[in-house]
Design a protein around this ligand. Structure first.
Ligand SMILES: Cc1cc2nc3c(=O)[nH]c(=O)nc-3n(C[C@H](O)[C@H](O)[C@H](O)COP(=O)(O)OP(=O)(O)OC[C@H]3O[C@@H](n4cnc5c(N)ncnc54)[C@H](O)[C@@H]3O)c2cc1C
Ligand code: SF4
Length: 339
Protein backbone atom coordinates (compact mmCIF):
# COMPACT_ATOMS: atom_id res chain seq x y z
CA UNK A 1 0.00 0.00 0.00
CA UNK A 2 1.28 3.45 -0.87
CA UNK A 3 1.16 5.87 2.05
CA UNK A 4 1.06 9.64 2.03
CA UNK A 5 4.18 11.39 3.32
CA UNK A 6 3.83 13.61 6.40
CA UNK A 7 2.64 17.13 5.68
CA UNK A 8 1.31 20.21 7.49
CA UNK A 9 -2.30 21.17 6.77
CA UNK A 10 -4.21 24.46 6.77
CA UNK A 11 -7.92 24.88 6.07
CA UNK A 12 -8.55 28.61 5.62
CA UNK A 13 -12.07 29.95 5.11
CA UNK A 14 -11.27 33.00 3.00
CA UNK A 15 -9.31 33.55 -0.18
CA UNK A 16 -7.20 36.26 1.47
CA UNK A 17 -6.25 33.91 4.31
CA UNK A 18 -5.39 31.10 1.86
CA UNK A 19 -3.20 33.48 -0.18
CA UNK A 20 -1.50 34.77 2.99
CA UNK A 21 -0.66 31.24 4.16
CA UNK A 22 0.71 30.24 0.73
CA UNK A 23 2.89 33.37 0.66
CA UNK A 24 4.18 32.76 4.19
CA UNK A 25 4.91 29.05 3.64
CA UNK A 26 6.76 29.65 0.35
CA UNK A 27 7.56 27.09 -2.38
CA UNK A 28 7.17 24.05 -0.11
CA UNK A 29 3.44 24.67 0.20
CA UNK A 30 0.80 23.69 -2.36
CA UNK A 31 -2.89 24.39 -2.68
CA UNK A 32 -5.16 21.38 -2.62
CA UNK A 33 -8.75 21.37 -3.87
CA UNK A 34 -10.38 17.96 -4.52
CA UNK A 35 -7.01 16.21 -4.11
CA UNK A 36 -7.83 13.71 -6.88
CA UNK A 37 -4.54 14.36 -8.66
CA UNK A 38 -2.31 15.78 -5.95
CA UNK A 39 -2.84 13.06 -3.32
CA UNK A 40 -2.00 10.13 -5.67
CA UNK A 41 1.04 12.11 -6.83
CA UNK A 42 2.11 12.57 -3.21
CA UNK A 43 1.70 8.85 -2.54
CA UNK A 44 4.01 8.16 -5.49
CA UNK A 45 6.40 10.89 -4.21
CA UNK A 46 6.11 12.78 -7.50
CA UNK A 47 5.06 15.86 -5.52
CA UNK A 48 6.10 16.21 -1.89
CA UNK A 49 4.83 19.53 -0.48
CA UNK A 50 5.65 20.07 3.20
CA UNK A 51 2.36 21.94 3.66
CA UNK A 52 -1.05 21.69 2.03
CA UNK A 53 -3.44 24.63 1.97
CA UNK A 54 -6.94 23.31 1.42
CA UNK A 55 -9.30 25.45 -0.65
CA UNK A 56 -12.38 23.37 0.06
CA UNK A 57 -13.78 25.63 2.78
CA UNK A 58 -13.32 28.86 0.85
CA UNK A 59 -16.90 29.74 -0.11
CA UNK A 60 -15.76 32.53 -2.46
CA UNK A 61 -14.38 29.84 -4.79
CA UNK A 62 -17.73 28.13 -5.16
CA UNK A 63 -19.81 30.89 -6.75
CA UNK A 64 -21.42 31.07 -10.18
CA UNK A 65 -22.32 34.50 -11.62
CA UNK A 66 -24.37 34.77 -14.77
CA UNK A 67 -24.44 38.19 -16.47
CA UNK A 68 -23.03 39.20 -19.82
CA UNK A 69 -20.94 36.04 -19.79
CA UNK A 70 -20.42 33.59 -16.98
CA UNK A 71 -18.04 33.54 -13.99
CA UNK A 72 -17.35 30.15 -12.43
CA UNK A 73 -15.60 29.76 -9.08
CA UNK A 74 -12.53 27.53 -9.41
CA UNK A 75 -13.69 25.49 -6.42
CA UNK A 76 -16.84 24.25 -8.16
CA UNK A 77 -16.61 20.52 -8.69
CA UNK A 78 -16.62 19.22 -12.24
CA UNK A 79 -20.00 17.60 -11.53
CA UNK A 80 -21.37 21.03 -10.53
CA UNK A 81 -19.92 22.61 -13.67
CA UNK A 82 -21.55 19.94 -15.86
CA UNK A 83 -24.89 20.36 -14.05
CA UNK A 84 -24.95 24.18 -14.33
CA UNK A 85 -27.69 25.17 -16.81
CA UNK A 86 -25.80 28.19 -18.30
CA UNK A 87 -22.77 25.96 -18.97
CA UNK A 88 -24.85 23.29 -20.68
CA UNK A 89 -26.82 25.83 -22.71
CA UNK A 90 -24.13 28.27 -23.83
CA UNK A 91 -20.72 26.62 -23.31
CA UNK A 92 -21.20 23.05 -24.54
CA UNK A 93 -17.45 22.50 -25.03
CA UNK A 94 -16.88 23.00 -21.30
CA UNK A 95 -19.84 20.82 -20.31
CA UNK A 96 -18.64 18.04 -22.63
CA UNK A 97 -14.99 18.34 -21.51
CA UNK A 98 -15.77 18.40 -17.77
CA UNK A 99 -18.31 15.60 -18.27
CA UNK A 100 -15.65 13.34 -19.77
CA UNK A 101 -13.03 13.82 -17.03
CA UNK A 102 -12.30 10.61 -15.14
CA UNK A 103 -15.33 8.99 -13.43
CA UNK A 104 -18.48 10.26 -11.67
CA UNK A 105 -16.81 9.78 -8.26
CA UNK A 106 -13.76 11.80 -9.31
CA UNK A 107 -15.94 14.51 -10.89
CA UNK A 108 -17.76 14.81 -7.55
CA UNK A 109 -14.44 15.59 -5.82
CA UNK A 110 -12.29 17.13 -8.56
CA UNK A 111 -12.63 20.85 -9.15
CA UNK A 112 -12.44 23.12 -12.16
CA UNK A 113 -9.38 24.92 -10.71
CA UNK A 114 -7.61 21.64 -9.98
CA UNK A 115 -8.31 20.46 -13.52
CA UNK A 116 -6.82 23.63 -15.02
CA UNK A 117 -3.70 23.33 -12.82
CA UNK A 118 -3.34 19.58 -13.39
CA UNK A 119 0.24 18.29 -13.39
CA UNK A 120 1.59 17.19 -16.79
CA UNK A 121 1.78 13.44 -17.33
CA UNK A 122 4.28 10.93 -18.74
CA UNK A 123 4.66 7.14 -18.78
CA UNK A 124 8.06 7.51 -17.08
CA UNK A 125 6.73 9.84 -14.35
CA UNK A 126 3.27 8.56 -13.39
CA UNK A 127 4.76 5.54 -11.67
CA UNK A 128 5.45 4.68 -8.06
CA UNK A 129 8.71 5.62 -6.35
CA UNK A 130 10.38 2.20 -6.75
CA UNK A 131 9.54 2.06 -10.49
CA UNK A 132 11.00 5.51 -11.03
CA UNK A 133 14.06 4.69 -8.90
CA UNK A 134 14.71 1.59 -11.04
CA UNK A 135 15.22 3.82 -14.10
CA UNK A 136 17.24 6.36 -12.08
CA UNK A 137 14.28 8.76 -12.11
CA UNK A 138 13.98 11.46 -14.81
CA UNK A 139 14.38 15.19 -15.37
CA UNK A 140 10.92 16.08 -14.05
CA UNK A 141 11.61 14.65 -10.59
CA UNK A 142 14.81 13.49 -8.89
CA UNK A 143 16.75 12.60 -12.10
CA UNK A 144 18.84 14.15 -14.85
CA UNK A 145 17.65 12.53 -18.10
CA UNK A 146 14.47 12.77 -20.09
CA UNK A 147 13.74 9.18 -21.16
CA UNK A 148 11.33 10.31 -23.88
CA UNK A 149 13.81 12.63 -25.60
CA UNK A 150 17.22 11.81 -24.16
CA UNK A 151 18.92 14.77 -25.87
CA UNK A 152 16.31 17.17 -24.54
CA UNK A 153 17.12 19.63 -21.76
CA UNK A 154 13.38 20.18 -21.38
CA UNK A 155 10.76 17.84 -19.97
CA UNK A 156 8.13 17.08 -22.62
CA UNK A 157 5.45 15.60 -20.34
CA UNK A 158 2.00 16.02 -21.76
CA UNK A 159 -0.78 18.43 -20.76
CA UNK A 160 -3.72 16.16 -19.93
CA UNK A 161 -6.41 18.51 -18.71
CA UNK A 162 -9.69 18.15 -20.59
CA UNK A 163 -11.14 21.52 -19.56
CA UNK A 164 -8.23 23.76 -20.59
CA UNK A 165 -8.55 23.27 -24.39
CA UNK A 166 -12.31 23.81 -24.08
CA UNK A 167 -11.90 27.03 -22.11
CA UNK A 168 -9.27 28.35 -24.52
CA UNK A 169 -11.58 27.66 -27.47
CA UNK A 170 -14.28 29.57 -25.57
CA UNK A 171 -11.87 32.51 -25.10
CA UNK A 172 -12.04 32.31 -21.30
CA UNK A 173 -9.95 34.31 -18.86
CA UNK A 174 -8.87 33.28 -15.37
CA UNK A 175 -8.52 35.37 -12.22
CA UNK A 176 -5.38 34.67 -10.19
CA UNK A 177 -5.23 35.85 -6.58
CA UNK A 178 -2.08 36.19 -4.45
CA UNK A 179 -1.25 37.93 -1.16
CA UNK A 180 0.28 40.76 -3.20
CA UNK A 181 -2.81 41.33 -5.38
CA UNK A 182 -4.81 39.81 -8.20
CA UNK A 183 -4.61 39.71 -12.01
CA UNK A 184 -6.55 38.36 -14.95
CA UNK A 185 -4.94 36.36 -17.77
CA UNK A 186 -6.32 34.72 -20.87
CA UNK A 187 -6.70 30.96 -20.35
CA UNK A 188 -4.47 30.54 -23.42
CA UNK A 189 -1.67 32.43 -21.62
CA UNK A 190 -1.89 30.32 -18.47
CA UNK A 191 0.12 27.49 -20.05
CA UNK A 192 3.81 27.11 -20.95
CA UNK A 193 5.25 24.46 -23.26
CA UNK A 194 7.41 22.92 -20.55
CA UNK A 195 6.55 19.69 -18.76
CA UNK A 196 7.98 20.96 -15.46
CA UNK A 197 7.07 24.67 -15.50
CA UNK A 198 3.78 24.14 -17.30
CA UNK A 199 1.87 27.05 -15.76
CA UNK A 200 2.44 30.81 -15.98
CA UNK A 201 0.82 30.98 -12.53
CA UNK A 202 3.31 32.50 -10.06
CA UNK A 203 4.11 30.67 -6.82
CA UNK A 204 1.46 31.52 -4.24
CA UNK A 205 -1.17 32.48 -6.81
CA UNK A 206 -4.57 30.84 -6.44
CA UNK A 207 -6.71 30.31 -9.50
CA UNK A 208 -9.91 31.85 -8.16
CA UNK A 209 -12.32 32.21 -11.06
CA UNK A 210 -12.91 31.32 -14.71
CA UNK A 211 -14.52 34.10 -16.74
CA UNK A 212 -16.35 33.22 -19.94
CA UNK A 213 -17.39 35.89 -22.43
CA UNK A 214 -20.93 36.27 -23.72
CA UNK A 215 -21.49 33.32 -26.07
CA UNK A 216 -24.28 34.79 -28.20
CA UNK A 217 -23.96 33.41 -31.75
CA UNK A 218 -21.31 30.85 -30.77
CA UNK A 219 -21.53 27.05 -30.80
CA UNK A 220 -18.84 24.84 -29.30
CA UNK A 221 -17.99 21.21 -28.62
CA UNK A 222 -15.24 18.92 -27.27
CA UNK A 223 -14.16 15.54 -28.61
CA UNK A 224 -11.88 13.23 -26.66
CA UNK A 225 -9.82 10.19 -27.61
CA UNK A 226 -8.86 7.79 -24.83
CA UNK A 227 -8.25 4.06 -24.57
CA UNK A 228 -11.21 3.27 -22.30
CA UNK A 229 -14.45 5.09 -23.01
CA UNK A 230 -15.63 4.77 -19.39
CA UNK A 231 -12.71 6.73 -17.99
CA UNK A 232 -9.19 7.66 -18.98
CA UNK A 233 -6.97 10.68 -19.44
CA UNK A 234 -7.13 12.10 -22.98
CA UNK A 235 -4.56 11.06 -25.56
CA UNK A 236 -6.17 13.66 -27.80
CA UNK A 237 -8.66 16.42 -27.08
CA UNK A 238 -10.22 18.62 -29.77
CA UNK A 239 -12.11 21.73 -28.66
CA UNK A 240 -13.81 23.81 -31.34
CA UNK A 241 -15.93 26.95 -31.23
CA UNK A 242 -17.50 28.74 -34.21
CA UNK A 243 -19.67 31.81 -34.68
CA UNK A 244 -21.70 31.72 -37.88
CA UNK A 245 -23.85 34.22 -39.77
CA UNK A 246 -27.52 33.27 -40.39
CA UNK A 247 -26.57 31.89 -43.84
CA UNK A 248 -24.00 29.53 -42.24
CA UNK A 249 -20.87 31.50 -43.17
CA UNK A 250 -18.27 31.26 -40.40
CA UNK A 251 -17.50 34.67 -38.91
CA UNK A 252 -15.04 33.56 -36.23
CA UNK A 253 -13.64 30.22 -35.08
CA UNK A 254 -11.13 28.65 -32.73
CA UNK A 255 -9.79 25.07 -32.67
CA UNK A 256 -7.58 23.97 -29.78
CA UNK A 257 -5.84 20.62 -29.24
CA UNK A 258 -5.21 18.93 -25.91
CA UNK A 259 -2.80 16.12 -24.98
CA UNK A 260 -0.39 16.63 -27.89
CA UNK A 261 2.20 18.86 -26.14
CA UNK A 262 3.09 20.16 -22.68
CA UNK A 263 0.36 22.77 -23.07
CA UNK A 264 -2.90 23.03 -25.01
CA UNK A 265 -2.13 23.94 -28.63
CA UNK A 266 -4.00 26.84 -30.23
CA UNK A 267 -4.11 26.05 -33.94
CA UNK A 268 -4.74 28.03 -37.11
CA UNK A 269 -7.60 25.71 -38.04
CA UNK A 270 -10.12 28.43 -37.21
CA UNK A 271 -8.59 30.75 -39.81
CA UNK A 272 -9.28 28.18 -42.53
CA UNK A 273 -12.98 28.38 -41.70
CA UNK A 274 -13.55 32.15 -41.52
CA UNK A 275 -15.57 33.54 -44.45
CA UNK A 276 -16.56 30.05 -45.62
CA UNK A 277 -19.32 27.56 -44.94
CA UNK A 278 -18.71 24.29 -43.13
CA UNK A 279 -18.78 22.09 -46.23
CA UNK A 280 -17.12 18.66 -46.21
CA UNK A 281 -14.18 20.06 -48.22
CA UNK A 282 -13.63 23.02 -45.88
CA UNK A 283 -13.85 20.75 -42.84
CA UNK A 284 -11.28 18.36 -44.37
CA UNK A 285 -8.94 21.31 -45.12
CA UNK A 286 -9.23 22.55 -41.53
CA UNK A 287 -8.56 19.03 -40.24
CA UNK A 288 -5.33 18.79 -42.25
CA UNK A 289 -4.22 22.23 -41.04
CA UNK A 290 -4.90 21.39 -37.38
CA UNK A 291 -3.25 17.96 -37.62
CA UNK A 292 -0.01 19.58 -38.80
CA UNK A 293 0.30 21.18 -35.34
CA UNK A 294 -0.06 17.91 -33.42
CA UNK A 295 3.27 16.42 -32.40
CA UNK A 296 2.41 13.65 -29.95
CA UNK A 297 5.40 12.03 -28.25
CA UNK A 298 5.94 8.52 -26.97
CA UNK A 299 5.08 9.36 -23.37
CA UNK A 300 1.36 8.62 -23.27
CA UNK A 301 -0.94 5.77 -24.21
CA UNK A 302 -1.38 4.52 -27.82
CA UNK A 303 0.86 4.65 -30.89
CA UNK A 304 2.13 8.17 -31.66
CA UNK A 305 1.75 7.86 -35.46
CA UNK A 306 -1.85 6.75 -35.11
CA UNK A 307 -2.53 9.51 -32.54
CA UNK A 308 -1.33 12.06 -35.10
CA UNK A 309 -3.27 10.43 -37.91
CA UNK A 310 -6.62 10.59 -36.09
CA UNK A 311 -6.40 14.33 -35.36
CA UNK A 312 -7.99 15.30 -38.69
CA UNK A 313 -10.83 12.81 -38.13
CA UNK A 314 -11.56 14.21 -34.66
CA UNK A 315 -11.53 17.79 -35.99
CA UNK A 316 -13.99 16.55 -38.62
CA UNK A 317 -16.30 15.08 -35.96
CA UNK A 318 -16.21 18.35 -34.00
CA UNK A 319 -16.90 20.59 -36.99
CA UNK A 320 -19.66 18.36 -38.33
CA UNK A 321 -21.31 18.50 -34.90
CA UNK A 322 -21.08 22.31 -34.98
CA UNK A 323 -22.53 22.29 -38.52
CA UNK A 324 -25.59 20.58 -37.07
CA UNK A 325 -24.99 16.97 -38.13
CA UNK A 326 -26.32 14.35 -35.74
CA UNK A 327 -23.09 12.92 -34.30
CA UNK A 328 -24.63 10.90 -31.48
CA UNK A 329 -23.90 7.53 -33.10
CA UNK A 330 -20.25 8.50 -33.69
CA UNK A 331 -19.89 9.67 -30.09
CA UNK A 332 -21.38 6.40 -28.87
CA UNK A 333 -19.10 4.34 -31.12
CA UNK A 334 -16.02 6.17 -29.86
CA UNK A 335 -17.13 5.82 -26.24
CA UNK A 336 -17.62 2.05 -26.70
CA UNK A 337 -14.71 1.26 -29.01
CA UNK A 338 -12.28 4.22 -28.88
CA UNK A 339 -9.37 2.31 -30.38
C1 LIG B 1 -8.12 7.63 -12.19
C2 LIG B 1 -8.05 9.10 -12.57
C3 LIG B 1 -8.50 9.48 -13.82
C4 LIG B 1 -8.44 10.83 -14.19
N1 LIG B 1 -8.87 11.18 -15.44
C5 LIG B 1 -8.80 12.47 -15.83
C6 LIG B 1 -9.25 12.84 -17.14
O1 LIG B 1 -9.74 12.03 -17.91
N2 LIG B 1 -9.10 14.13 -17.51
C7 LIG B 1 -8.58 15.08 -16.67
O2 LIG B 1 -8.51 16.26 -17.09
N3 LIG B 1 -8.18 14.76 -15.43
C8 LIG B 1 -8.28 13.48 -14.98
N4 LIG B 1 -7.87 13.13 -13.71
C9 LIG B 1 -7.23 14.14 -12.86
C10 LIG B 1 -8.12 14.86 -11.84
O3 LIG B 1 -9.05 13.97 -11.25
C11 LIG B 1 -8.91 16.02 -12.44
O4 LIG B 1 -8.09 16.77 -13.31
C12 LIG B 1 -9.46 16.95 -11.37
O5 LIG B 1 -10.25 17.95 -11.95
C13 LIG B 1 -8.38 17.65 -10.53
O6 LIG B 1 -9.02 18.54 -9.64
P1 LIG B 1 -8.75 18.48 -8.07
O7 LIG B 1 -9.61 19.55 -7.47
O8 LIG B 1 -8.91 17.13 -7.51
O9 LIG B 1 -7.22 18.92 -8.06
P2 LIG B 1 -6.13 18.66 -6.92
O10 LIG B 1 -5.65 17.25 -7.00
O11 LIG B 1 -6.60 19.15 -5.60
O12 LIG B 1 -4.98 19.65 -7.45
C14 LIG B 1 -4.35 19.45 -8.70
C15 LIG B 1 -3.29 20.54 -8.88
O13 LIG B 1 -3.92 21.81 -8.99
C16 LIG B 1 -3.47 22.70 -7.96
N5 LIG B 1 -4.67 23.46 -7.60
C17 LIG B 1 -5.91 22.97 -7.32
N6 LIG B 1 -6.80 23.98 -7.21
C18 LIG B 1 -6.11 25.13 -7.40
C19 LIG B 1 -6.47 26.51 -7.40
N7 LIG B 1 -7.73 26.89 -7.23
N8 LIG B 1 -5.50 27.43 -7.61
C20 LIG B 1 -4.21 27.03 -7.82
N9 LIG B 1 -3.81 25.75 -7.84
C21 LIG B 1 -4.76 24.80 -7.64
C22 LIG B 1 -2.91 21.81 -6.86
O14 LIG B 1 -1.91 22.49 -6.13
C23 LIG B 1 -2.33 20.68 -7.70
O15 LIG B 1 -1.10 21.06 -8.23
C24 LIG B 1 -7.94 11.79 -13.28
C25 LIG B 1 -7.51 11.40 -12.02
C26 LIG B 1 -7.57 10.06 -11.65
C27 LIG B 1 -7.12 9.67 -10.28
S1 SF4 C 1 9.01 13.83 -20.59
FE1 SF4 C 1 11.04 13.17 -19.95
S2 SF4 C 1 11.59 14.45 -18.17
FE2 SF4 C 1 9.40 14.68 -18.56
S3 SF4 C 1 8.41 13.20 -17.21
FE3 SF4 C 1 8.73 12.16 -19.16
S4 SF4 C 1 10.73 11.16 -19.05
FE4 SF4 C 1 10.57 12.62 -17.36
Amino acid sequence: MMRLPWFGYHAPRTLAEAARILAAEGPNAMAIAGGTDLLPNMKRRQQVPATLVSLRQVDALRTLRNGSGLALGAGLTLAEVVAAAPVRTHYAALAQAAGQVATPQLRNMGTLGGNLCLDTRCNYYNQNYEWRKAIDFCLKKDGGTCWVATASKRCVAVSSTDCAPALIALDAKVKLVAAAGEREVAAADLYLNDGIDYLARKPGEILAEVRLPDATGWKSCYWKLRRRGAFDFPVLGVAAAVRTAPDGTVEDARIVLGAVASRPVVTKGGEVLVGRKLTDDVIAEAGTKVASRAKPLDNADLDIYWRKEVVASFVGYALRELRGDDMRATRLRIAKHPV
